[in-house]
Design a protein around this ligand. Structure first.
Ligand SMILES: CSCCC(=O)C(=O)COP(=O)(O)O
Ligand SMILES: [Zn+2]
Length: 217
């Protein structure tokens, strides 16, 4: 890489990292990323489309800076720069989503209502589903409100790559998968064409889970 390319790549990392930090602070302030939980990533574009930036592991998600982002190979999660902070423990799940969908941004949070439903709908030994239907908010997920949509609920295996393998297997089989998934007793992961779309979808998922949690529907 030439010096000019290096400078331009650093500027992109800085700008995308600042966006990740801004979104992360928003979710933290809503109480959706308590106690260092949650992680976000964005897939770069153009000649760097094979790269994603992801939040470092174990950091306070309300106080991230661009220096807290780690460059990884988008579809494998392999870390690209030695000496970088440790990438999120859930990087393999982000990579599974990038490998099997058109997503360019992935958000994982421990938002309260999605987590309630991820506990209630869980099987814990195998994939289960939470059915969404009727709510107008389904249109915010790009879904038809008249249809039943099965949101997958994956077991929260201690070895995260096992969750990632199951996510990739599921997403590569289904052509009508919603743009999000639940992890039993854990939280929710949502994706979109950019961070703004992923955030809008996450808000719809959380609002629908709230309706289900309080017994509507
Ligand atoms: C304190 S939360 C436990 C890990 C987790 O579920 C999470 O979302 C954050 O993991 P990361 O490695 O991305 O900080
Ligand atoms: Zn988590």
């Amino acid at each position: 890489m030439t010096v000019a390319q290096n400078v331009s790549q650093s500027a992109r990392y800085e700008a995308e990292g600042a966006e990740l930090a801004r979104f992360s602070r928003l979710f933290y302030e809503r109480g959706w990323m308590p106690g260092t939980s949650g992680n976000l990533s964005v897939r770069l574009s153009g000649d760097t489309a094979d790269i994603a930036l992801i939040t470092a592991s174990g950091r306070d998600k309300g106080e991230l800076t661009p220096g807290d982002m780690v460059a990884v190979q988008a579809e494998t999660g392999d870390v690209l720069h030695s000496g970088a902070p440790r990438a999120s423990a859930e990087t393999s799940i982000h990579a599974a989503v990038y490998r099997t969908t058109q997503a360019r941004a992935v958000i994982h949070v421990h938002s309260p209502y999605a987590t309630v439903m991820a506990c209630r709908a869980a099987d814990r030994e195998r994939l289960s589903t939470l059915v969404f239907t009727r709510f107008e908010l389904l249109k915010g997920l790009g879904l038809d409100a008249a249809e039943r949509t099965a949101v997958p609920v994956f077991p929260n295996w201690p070895h995260v790559p096992r969750i990632a393998d199951e996510v990739a297997g599921h997403l590569s089989r289904g052509d009508r998968c919603p743009p999000g998934l639940l992890i039993a007793d854990h939280g929710i992961t949502v994706w979109g064409s950019d961070l703004a779309q992923a955030r809008n979808r996450l808000e719809c998922f959380e609002a629908i889970c709230r309706l289900l949690a309080i017994g509507v529907g």
